[in-house]
Design a protein around this ligand. Structure first.
Ligand code: GLA
Length: 727
């Protein structure tokens, strides 16, 4: 899968349908990028790397700056005349910033090495092959290792970067994880943007000259931006068109930039955001940048999506739950907010146990003096006024009802009005002498300090050990600002953001390794940290605080563009919806939540009898379809965001034996054209039976003629169509 041609010093990385080719440039020994796209059989592609394929060595020597500013680089560096976006920048003790990396050596090996402390994809020796290319700047004594991996059966390439300092202490000011130079074929940019309760909406526009991209400076990957970017050819749809996509396995400040230059080349870079990043690298110290995933599809967005889903389900998510049905949970947040006690929770659990719900999750408000969102974060001691007998009593009682028990925590936080803050005011992130800004009346703990980290770990551990807790919802409800750490020297303050993310990874790593059977769900004010880094620790992430079934269509469409359905936290909540006031049918809320992890977020003791009676049917539906939804291939068939009428998606079993189509009618109008749902990705000759209508279709009928459905009368109605193969 990975080969090296010693005569031309060319590297070729092949996946089942793609090739990625670069070489040691004959001009100066830089790594020069040749090609990424559909599979090619030859590596003789050097003519692609320069504007003028006939440029002579004499011209290159005379016009080094022109050469450097137009050649396609594999890992461009700052200071030598490449005026496009760079992948790496340094600052020496003298304040100089020239870096020139030249090929030194390489190694091709089976399998994949771990990144220290960072989440990353993994694969066995028989499933994956990797390449390390070692580059050096001899003047600085800096060694840079570019690592690439390719996986069996997947059109994905992962990249990461390690910097090793063999010279004098130096500052790294930018280390991107990946870079891709492409000739611009009228590309459009695709990204996922949003805000709280409206996360990850797709946005697409033509690539303009200059810089454009997406990034986060919030210390988390964020609601506003997601560490995903793609270049797509014009008219790309779900089923056709070229897609070059990148996704960063990282949960903090990131930058994904695309620069279109004077010659119409596009350079995509992705990595840690260089904003406020300055990492001191002492002699013999090293720095590892997070992993980036690159996916190329020549068959539209759908193929890209399924490549990400398969890669993440097989090679990123580690939890033992990843291939298992998750317990159907009921969370008390929208049911009670802070107003609950043991009795109330047991009432909910009792009713839940009668309808097949399998776990009670106690959300915010069970600890310290927390009766609203103003105080007590950090005081992870159960509030016995609300929960007499403590967690142990409550959990035992819940267990006796046949339900598992889960708990909410926000371990990274500290409220100014908390015992923890009164004891350790300096543990909150703040610049000495300044009053830091609060958000939701809370500060963030400086987890980069070992005493704060150890205290936080002990608090989490004490909670999890105190009762039979089988699930933790790990929340994070504010961005980072007022950055400073008392634990870092002045010339290391620029390390803070990354060290913070590493500390969160350390804590979550300890949690999942100490409690291997614990189900962890990440959350950040809804979906503010929905990224591949988090998926390494938790098989599911709360998708959004917006549980409205219609708003969820767009949120889940954007999320599922990259992330597997099995990872999308989705619940049925009560109506009118708490965020929007919209009323949607209970059945539709169930169908939309079925596309994710599925659960409930309502007061089951208060909802109408009709809704309550629906729950056992929905529970049955979940058990019937979850294996298919969790493990199957996802196809987006229609988007309400595009057609303003309806949403439609399907999941096909890997063995193609069954298909589930979900259709949600959002906007009905009189005298509309008949609704035709055309399926995708089927074997033309297989036959499927619609179990409800009894109609038998061939695969080609389903794809080309489609299913004819009547419009459903009423607001926001939905329908499942289950097709089973008949021989
Ligand atoms: C965040 C979460 C919610 C809930 C609240 C509790 O907003 O996204 O689901 O847990 O915090 O304060």
């Amino acid at each position: 899968m990975i080969s090296f041609n010693p005569a031309s010093k060319t590297f070729k990385l092949d996946t089942p349908n793609t090739s990625y080719v670069f070489a040691v440039g004959k001009e100066f020994g830089h790594l020069v990028h040749y090609y990424y796209g559909p599979k090619v059989s030859d590596d003789n592609l050097s003519y692609l790397s320069l504007q003028d394929p006939n440029a002579t060595q004499a011209w290159v020597e005379r016009e080094k700056l022109s050469y450097v500013d137009c050649v396609s680089f594999e890992y461009p560096t700052g200071g030598t005349g490449d005026f496009r976006t760079t992948a790496m920048e340094v600052e020496t003790q003298e304040g100089y910033s020239v870096l020139e990396l030249k090929y030194d050596s390489h190694e091709i090996y089976k399998g994949k090495r771990k990144l220290s402390g960072l989440p990353a994809t993994f694969a066995g020796e028989d499933e994956c092959q990797s390449l390390d290319v070692i580059l050096k700047d001899d003047i600085l004594g800096l060694k840079v290792v570019l690592t690439y991996s390719v996986f069996e059966n997947l059109d994905a390439i992962t990249r990461s970067v390690k910097v090793i300092n063999e010279g004098k202490a130096i500052y790294l000011t930018k280390v991107m994880s990946t870079c891709l130079d492409l000739y611009n074929e009228d590309f459009e940019v695709l990204k996922l943007c949003g805000t709280w309760a409206r996360e990850r909406r797709m946005e697409r526009y033509p690539l303009a000259h200059g810089y454009q991209g997406i990034s986060s400076k919030r210390g988390i990957s964020s609601h506003q931006e997601n560490p995903f970017i793609a270049l797509v050819s014009p008219n790309t749809t779900q089923t056709q068109g070229q897609v070059y996509a990148m996704n960063l396995v990282y949960s903090g400040n990131f930058d994904a930039d695309i620069y279109r230059n004077q010659f119409d080349y596009a350079r995509m870079t992705m990595g840690i955001n260089p904003y406020k990043f300055k990492w001191k690298l002492e002699t013999n110290a090293s720095f590892e940048a997070p992993e980036a995933v690159m996916v190329y599809s020549a068959e539209g967005l759908g193929k890209m999506t399924r490549t990400f889903h398969d890669l993440y389900r097989k090679h990123l998510i580690r939890s033992p739950y990843k291939n298992m049905k998750r317990p159907i949970l009921i969370n008390n947040w929208e049911a009670t907010y802070f107003d609950f006690n043991t009795e109330k929770l047991l009432d909910i659990a009792r009713e839940a146990s009668k309808v097949g719900i399998e776990m009670l999750v106690m959300d915010d408000g069970w600890f310290g003096d927390r009766n609203d969102d103003n105080k007590a974060l950090g005081d992870w001691i159960v509030n016995e006024k609300k929960l007499p007998g403590g967690l142990k009593y409550l959990v035992d009682e819940v267990n006796k009802l046949g339900l598992k028990f889960g708990i909410w925590m926000e371990p990274e936080m500290i409220c100014p009005d908390s015992d923890l803050y009164r004891a350790h005011p300096d543990w909150a992130i703040a610049v000495p002498g300044r009053v830091a800004g609060k958000s939701r009346n809370q500060y963030v703990l400086d987890l980069t300090r070992s005493e704060v980290m150890e205290h936080t770990w002990n608090s989490i551990k004490a909670v999890v050990d105190s009762a039979n807790i089988e699930y933790v919802k790990w929340d994070m409800n504010r961005p980072l600002a007022d950055i400073a750490s008392l634990g870092l020297d002045n010339d290391r303050q620029g390390e803070f953001f990354h060290r913070y993310v590493m500390a969160v990874y350390e804590l979550q790593g300890r949690l999942v390794s100490s409690y291997p059977n614990l189900l962890l769900e990440n959350c950040s004010g809804g979906g503010g940290r929905f990224d591949p880094g988090m998926l390494y620790f938790s098989p599911q992430i709360w998708c959004s605080d917006d549980t409205d079934a219609v708003e969820r269509l767009r949120i889940q469409e954007g999320t599922a563009l990259v992330y597997p359905l099995s990872s999308m936290g989705a619940h049925v909540s009560d109506c009118p919806n708490h965020i929007l006031g919209r009323v949607t049918p209970f059945e539709t809320r169930g169908h939309v939540a079925l596309a994710g992890t599925f659960g409930y977020e309502l007061d089951i003791t208060k909802i109408s009898k009709e809704d309550r009676d629906e729950i056992p049917k929905q529970v049955e539906m979940y058990h019937k379809y979850n294996d298919l939804v969790r493990e199957g291939d996802y196809y987006r068939l229609a988007s309400f965001a595009d057609n303003n009428e309806y949403d439609c998606w399907m999941v096909k079993a890997k063995d193609e034996s069954e298909i589930l189509v979900t259709f949600v009618s959002v906007m009905n109008r009189p005298n509309m054209k008949p609704l035709t749902i055309k399926l995708q990705g089927l074997d033309a000759s297989r036959k499927y039976k619609d179990l409800e209508s009894g109609m038998v279709y061939t695969g080609d009928m389903l794809m080309y003629a489609g299913i004819r459905e009547s419009r459903i009368w009423g607001d926001y109605k939905s329908k499942l169509i289950h097709l089973v193969e008949v021989k």
